[in-house]
Design a protein around this ligand. Structure first.
Ligand code: MN
Length: 236
């Protein structure tokens, strides 16, 4: 018997996949903090501390079709809205306490994402010892592009990452600059959660985060994964 719901249901959040019309269903979004040395320094850190994670709701997803551009609104209640360009690891097979050397077997593919951040609200959370949700988990805060399957590109551990804003370079790094690489992140996170197929991990941003304003055009890329284009509209 078909289940009946008392309000209309919504579609399963999903991402496009390179080279097919099939979609990848998204279950959860985990994000690692301060995972590139130079970014850790710009945020006031020092050295290689244990990784830490926060989450975004799948409701925040803004999927970007191959070669497409999306527009998102400057968020409410913030005057310091930051970009963070990140590689996204897409979990295709779940697991608990996954060993580092087996971690890549759990990755279905990779994508480019922006961990858009209300830096002022994140800072207020830090100052008061409160959660980061208002700073990180808000409408349209996770634009993510097409997934390139690992079956096509393997498991890249090196490759240029960049972001330009209105054509000017703002973030330039390489994914080999991660403090905790993707297998290490999976091993760490899976000690705390049973990872499931459909989970995403946003794997951290390099130095060069900064404030976006309405009218800006962000173009983020990672070698082998293409580019995503995001335009910032005025606040609602
Ligand atoms: Mn981030």
């Amino acid at each position: 018997m078909k289940m009946e719901f008392v309000i209309p249901t919504w579609e399963v959040p999903s991402l496009p996949i390179a080279g097919t019309n099939a979609r990848f269903p998204v279950r959860r979004i985990f994000c690692v903090g301060r995972n590139y040395v130079e970014h850790q320094k710009e945020m006031g850190g020092d050295g290689r501390e244990q990784p830490f994670f926060f989450t975004k709701s799948t409701h925040d997803l803004v999927p970007i079709a191959d070669g497409a551009s999306v527009s998102i609104h400057y968020p409410p209640m913030s005057t310091n809205y930051h970009w963070e360009t990140e590689m996204v690891a897409v979990i295709g097979k779940g697991g608990f306490r996954i060993p580092v050397e087996k971690a890549n077997d759990h990755v279905w593919g990779y994508a480019i994402g922006l961990d858009m951040t209300r830096r002022d609200l994140q800072q207020a959370g830090k100052d008061k010892g409160r959660p980061w949700d208002f700073g990180k988990d808000f409408d349209q805060s996770a634009p993510i592009g097409v997934i390139t399957p690992a079956s096509k590109i393997g498991h890249p551990a090196k490759g240029k990452l960049w972001l330009t804003v209105n054509g000017a370079p703002k973030q330039t790094s390489d994914i080999d600059q991660m403090i905790w690489n993707i297998p290490e992140q999976i091993a760490f996170l899976s000690q705390y959660y049973t990872l499931e197929a459909g989970d995403l991990i946003m794997t951290g941003t390099p130095a060069g985060v900064g404030a976006a304003k309405a009218g800006d055009e962000l173009v983020a890329g990672i070698e082998g994964l293409g580019e995503i284009k995001v335009k910032i509209l005025p606040a609602l």
